[in-house]
Design a protein around this ligand. Structure first.
Ligand SMILES: [Zn+2]
Length: 307
């Protein structure tokens, strides 16, 4: 998950090819320890965002028709990955999953909502990101909670979900900055406050440092209004399109932020963080080789740049 690691020191549970010729920037393997952390994050998210009727594990590909209906190729043509057959066949009926929640909308297409509905969904997503900065992955795991309902209810849920997300990552020892995704004045406190008070903002991001120089969005809370309800024919009882919202977590980025905050080795992470992730008690150190936790060294450090 580290984009440009030192091949000689790939880090606990994260791996990329040592030979640059065999390495794809933004594509990495998760090892055993990383997998345990991911499992802990999933369990924590399921507890923090209870109330989902069902939870889905989605494939890395999705029907091109769904992506088009969602409006993704129009809005982000440069990020979309497509699946091609032979040179003669050209593009297939599949594209790569851009956002986990895209898998949920077709399940409700053409139906009338009886009340609020909520689903969890996780997918391996792809976005053709051009940069090689830490955490700007091209292939990554996205965990989403998606809510459907009437306009006011969905708006209230989105606001609560944003708060819950901040609280949840706070419980993991992460301090995040909450910003309106499109606010170009990110970082100026006055503007930020004003932005947060603007209730029309549809997308909020939780930013956290993932290395000494780089801040990335580790989660976002998104209001869709009636975009997906209208696109997929999902109606309220009065016939108007249902509203929807989602809260999305970039699981790989959360892991990067945790490693930056608490140290490379999960054995060094604070007891309450290990407990929250079901990693068990801190392992006993043998001998006198205990190293200072990176997290302790970094407490209060403020290395960040805007995106
Ligand atoms: Zn979403």
């Amino acid at each position: 998950m580290i984009v440009a690691p030192d091949p000689a020191r790939p880090g606990e549970g994260l791996s990329m090819a040592a030979d640059p010729a065999l390495r794809a920037p933004g594509v990495a393997l998760v090892g055993a320890e990383g997998t345990r952390v991911l499992d802990g994050l999933r369990a924590g998210l399921a507890a923090a965002f209870g109330g989902s009727e069902d939870h889905f594990l989605a494939p890395p590909v999705i029907a091109r028709a769904v992506s088009e209906r969602a409006g993704y190729p129009n809005a982000f043509p440069h990020l979309l990955g497509t699946v091609h057959g032979t040179e003669d066949d050209g593009p297939t009926d599949l594209v790569l999953t851009s956002a986990a929640c895209h898998h949920v909308y077709p399940l409700l297409a053409g139906t009338v909502l009886g009340g609020e509905r909520q689903f969890g969904v996780e997918a391996v997503c792809f976005r053709a990101e051009a940069t090689a900065e830490t955490g700007r992955l091209r292939s990554f795991r996205m965990y989403e909670v998606v809510r459907f309902g009437a306009p006011e209810e969905v708006q209230r849920w989105r606001d609560r979900a944003l708060e819950s997300a901040v609280e949840w990552v706070g419980g993991l020892g992460l301090t995040v900055e909450v910003v309106a995704a499109n606010d170009p004045f990110f970082g100026r406190p006055g503007r930020l406050l004003a932005a947060v008070q603007r209730s029309e903002e549809l997308k909020w991001e939780l930013l956290a440092p993932v290395d000494d120089r780089q801040v990335q969005a580790i989660a976002s809370a998104n209001g869709h209004k009636d975009h997906f309800g209208a696109a997929f024919g999902l109606a309220l009882a009065d016939g108007s399109p249902a509203h929807s919202a989602c809260v999305a977590f970039g699981l790989d980025r959360v892991v990067l932020a945790l490693r930056h905050r608490h140290g490379e080795r999960t054995g060094d992470w604070p007891a309450h963080v290990r407990q929250a992730l079901a990693l068990g008690p801190r392992p006993e150190r043998t001998g006198g080789a205990a190293s200072t936790s990176r997290g302790a060294q970094r407490a209060g450090e403020k290395g960040r740049t805007s995106r």
